[in-house]
Ligand binder design. Structure first.
Ligand SMILES: [Zn+2]
Length: 444
């Protein structure tokens, strides 16, 4: 829009929340900071149910200390001239005001223009070949603290300063796809069990893809040992990871609802709870508990699909297994022992051979731990989130598995042995069928 050419605003974005292009009165909040959303003008219709429709916006508005200015929306039927300088604006405004339909003009005059104010905002929209275009004018009376009715005659404009500004709509149906995320995930609900190094990134990645609802289960707090391998920064030390993630993610992404919950995987053995979700992701790295939970789900004919994910040590790789009930292929398929074809205790997807001591001790650190880097955690989170998205969007309909394969350098330096699967594996990041023909559950 050509009016942008005289955009001379001192503020950054004017972020406008609207649900209709028609005339309505607006509340306009001036910026109160240099960076972040504090540096934006925030605009929303006067009678807008922010609490239920836009809780993120409500929090931003609630932080403003100054009371809002008055604004309104004017839908223009057409544009007949373009203002080249600020001094053209009064003439331009009056010309276009005459073009408004009678009803809009009447509402403008009776409900907006007669209020005495020091500042008025008028936000215009017009149909263009590429959709609606929005721009705004801020009218400020030259004497501060003096309130006047809106100028509707050319001579009255001499007492007003007019600034043009561009408008950005705070609109999820455009901002979510603009960021490469998906609106069709807004009504999905994922239960994520385990908010450690892998789970923390999964939570953020799911939200970044447009997921609407995420319940987080973990009873751990962030400890000093976590700080180089967790999504949360050090200011969340001693905070529950679930609560830290809730705060971090809901202040980062405007349209995600995050629910923190205390507890552990085995406490979730309750099919009426489990069946509420579209997908469950288990990122606890505890094969024994995961198999016990799987037994429960089989016995109780749980209907929700489940992804189990884990990272191996020394950067060799990570895995995610999607088990869709009613489909061939289950978690146990990933635990068939390749040698005796019985149920094993170690996943047949693993790249490090079992029965080796994979943990490491550091002096002064106390506990033994599995060494893998933050990068490994992020890689594993990424294959898991990708698999989750493909399932939620109906792009993957069968029980599946996916692995990423890293370098064996660090493992070999520690004299660790790798599995045959590691040496023959060439399908990093690719989603492949989970079914193992020897699985006793899938072949019942
Ligand atoms: Zn199976």
């Amino acid at each position: 829009m050509a009016i942008h050419s005289l955009n001379n605003t001192k503020f950054n974005d004017v972020l406008c929340l609207v649900d209709s292009p028609e005339f309505c009165k607006l509340k306009v909040y001036a910026p109160e900071g240099k960076y972040g959303l504090k540096s934006s003008v925030l605009v929303h219709p006067e009678n807008y149910d922010l609490a239920t429709k836009e809780p993120f916006f409500k929090i931003q508005v609630a932080q403003r200390k100054k009371s809002p200015d008055l604004g309104c929306i004017l839908p223009l039927p057409c544009i007949t001239s373009i203002p080249w300088t600020a001094s053209d604006l009064p003439q331009w405004f009056l010309e276009h005001f005459e073009l408004l339909d009678a009803d809009t003009k009447k509402k403008f005059v009776t409900t907006f223009a007669q209020t005495r104010k020091n500042i008025f905002w008028v936000i215009f929209n017009i149909d263009t070949s590429s959709g609606k275009s929005w721009f705004g004018l801020k009218f400020q009376y030259k004497k501060s603290k003096v309130n006047k009715t809106f100028p509707l005659k050319l001579e009255s404009f001499t007492e007003w300063n007019i600034e043009a500004c561009s408008i950005k709509l705070f609109d999820k149906s455009s901002l979510i796809p603009r960021g490469g995320a998906f609106c069709d995930l807004q009504d999905k609900h994922v239960l994520l069990v385990g908010c450690g190094s892998v789970g923390g990134y999964i939570a953020d990645q799911l939200a970044s893809c447009g997921l609407g609802n995420l319940t987080l289960v973990d009873s751990d707090t962030l400890s000093i040992e976590n700080i180089y391998r967790h999504y949360l920064p050090i200011e969340y030390l001693h905070q529950y990871k679930t609560i830290g993630l809730q705060f971090r993610i809901t202040t980062k992404y405007p349209w995600v609802n995050v629910i923190p919950a205390d507890g552990c995987l085995l406490e979730l053995r309750n099919d009426s709870i489990i069946n509420r979700y579209d997908l469950i992701i288990i990122a606890i790295g505890s094969p024994t508990k995961e198999r016990i939970f799987h037994d429960y789900c089989i016995k109780n004919e749980v209907e929700t699909a489940i992804i189990n994910t884990w990272t191996e040590g020394y950067g060799v790789g990570g895995h995610a297994v999607l088990d869709i009930p009613e489909q061939k292929g289950c978690l146990r398929c990933a635990y068939v022992d390749n040698e005796n074809l019985c149920r094993g205790l170690v996943s047949n997807l693993n790249f490090l051979k079992p029965n080796q001591d994979l943990t490491r001790n550091l002096s002064g650190c106390g506990n033994a731990f599995l060494p893998y880097s933050n990068l490994s955690a992020i890689q594993t989170a990424s294959i898991t989130t990708d698999l989750a998205l493909k399932f939620l969007q109906g792009k993957v309909k069968d029980s599946s598995k996916v692995s990423w394969k890293g370098s064996d350098l660090d493992a070999l330096n520690e004299n660790l042995e790798l599995t045959d699967r590691y040496s023959s594996f060439s399908k990093s990041l690719l989603v492949t069928p989970l079914l193992n023909p020897e699985c006793d559950i899938c072949n019942e």
